[in-house]
Ligand binder design. Structure first.
Ligand SMILES: *Cc1c(COP(=O)(O)O)cnc(C)c1O
Length: 446
């Protein structure tokens, strides 16, 4: 199907990282590209397949970040590539609200089928996670005729004006970019590693604090939606204690509030389930997706109860590029890969190998304060040994060491002290073992 040769799934260093060609390209980047953009790896990528990235100097690098949880089905995987090629040759754009095409409808059908719950569902497609969040909020407010949106500590929902307001963290997301949208209310999150109360009653105590705050500070009848990531992504892979999400969903139901799950990072098999809320049988009223939906192409989705999604007046929703046909073709290839290759089960295996490996490192290096996650969404939180004081210095050192040795890992967390692992779900056991070996050496070198 592709004319190029297969990329062997192995790490291979032929120069220092970054190599001379990447270094030269970085100078051009500095000259041409806005300084407001971040840069995790100063390495220019030329090719990629599945879990291996090849840079312009010819180094083969293990990708444990999947471009922030996007290439879950593997980079440039065959079912995505072949459908994209066919679609781009057929046509590239019409604007779905001007003249529709079938693969947009097919992606919505797939999302409606895969989203939790047996009720009738409908979907719309957009270009990004932030745009999906924006539309979910628009729809929730329209349907409920209520203004308030409840969000949480450590939350991340995007970089547009509304989603900046929804984010918990000031630097780098909000600093200097205000004023922000009103009617956003932030609630405590039961972050067990840093919970100052009684950890034995964390779920009940958190729910009690949140419902009390909602009733006293907002009025439950004014709340359109409770918006939450089932596992906080950028916030540091914070897995809520068991029972927390079901209790929030129940409270929402009891009060006419829509329970909106932002599964932009957790969705599509990442956690060992198609969607993370399934771990506790939570059925959201609205499900927000993006990142891994289209195997690397930009696409987001909003999926919800039919009566909610249909409540908005005609042309109240839309956008020029939303649900681009090439991105839709990619999504159909990605979803087919997830289902036919049973990537949810594969994610459980990858998660087990990762968490076993990380726990062994935690036993060896006291700088690792906690190993946590679900499925192939695992993280370690680094601390000053013997305390829970965040250790962002060690985090950046480990990241640097891994980069120089051909393993890409990402950081996260409100305190910049979490290393998160989001490998492609198709990663081989050999690559995982090799990467864990590099990580071990990185901690050894601290
Ligand atoms: C990445 C992310 C977003 C924003 O998605 P973009 O495509 O970058 O706009 C929103 N919510 C969560 C949970 C995310 O991880």
């Amino acid at each position: 199907m592709t004319t190029t040769t297969e990329v062997t799934q192995e790490r291979r260093l032929v120069t220092a990282i970054p190599g001379p060609l990447s270094t030269a390209a970085m100078a051009r980047r500095s000259d041409a590209v806005s300084g407001g953009l971040g840069l995790t790896f100063p390495v220019v990528i030329e090719r990629a397949q599945d879990s291996i990235l090849i840079d312009i100097d010819g180094n083969q690098i293990i990708d444990l970040g999947s471009g922030i949880g996007v290439t879950s089905v593997g980079n440039a995987t065959s079912r995505v590539v072949s459908r994209v090629i066919d679609q781009v040759q057929a046509f590239t754009h019409t604007c779905f609200t001007v003249a529709p095409y079938i693969n947009y409808i097919e992606v919505c059908e797939a999302l409606n089928r895969l989203a939790p719950g047996t009720h009738k569902k409908k979907s719309m497609l957009v270009n990004s996670g932030a745009e999906a969040v924006e539309n979910a909020v628009k729809i929730a407010r329209y349907y409920t005729k209520r203004p308030a949106i409840v969000v949480f500590e450590h939350a991340y929902h995007g970089r547009t004006n509304l989603t900046m307001a929804l984010n918990a963290k000031n630097m780098p997301y909000k600093e200097g970019f205000g004023p922000f949208a009103p009617e956003i209310y932030r609630m405590p999150l039961p972050y067990s590693f840093r919970w100052i109360g009684n950890k034995a009653t964390i779920t009940e105590d958190a729910i009690e604090m949140i419902t009390h705050k909602i009733e006293k500070e907002i009025g439950a009848h004014n709340v359109a939606a409770i918006l939450i990531e089932p596992i906080q992504g950028e916030g540091g892979f914070i897995v809520p204690p068991k029972g927390f999400l079901p209790a929030l969903a129940q409270y929402s139901r009891d009060n006419g509030i829509l329970f909106v799950a932002d599964e932009v990072q957790t969705g599509f098999c990442r956690t060992g389930h198609m969607f993370a809320v399934e771990a506790e049988n939570v059925v959201p009223d609205i499900l927000i997706t993006a990142k891994a939906l289209a195997g690397g192409l930009p696409l987001g989705g909003v999926t919800g109860r039919a009566e909610i999604m249909d409540s908005v007046h005609i042309s109240g929703l839309g956008g020029t590029f939303g649900g681009n046909p090439v991105a839709c073709a990619a999504a159909l290839g990605a979803i087919e890969t997830m289902e036919q290759d049973n990537l949810a089960v594969r994610a459980q295996h990858v998660g087990k190998v990762l968490s076993d490996g990380l726990k062994a490192l935690a036993a060896k290096y006291s700088v690792i304060g906690e190993v946590r996650g679900m499925g192939a969404m695992q993280a370690i939180e680094l601390v000053v040994p013997g305390s829970i004081e965040p250790n962002s210095d060690a985090t950046s050192k480990v990241l640097k060491y891994c980069t120089a040795n051909g393993v890409f890992i990402l950081s996260a967390g409100t305190y910049n002290n979490v290393i998160r692992f989001l490998p492609p779900l198709v990663i081989t056991d050999e690559l995982l073992a090799d990467a864990l070996g590099v990580l071990d050496a990185a901690f050894g070198a601290l």
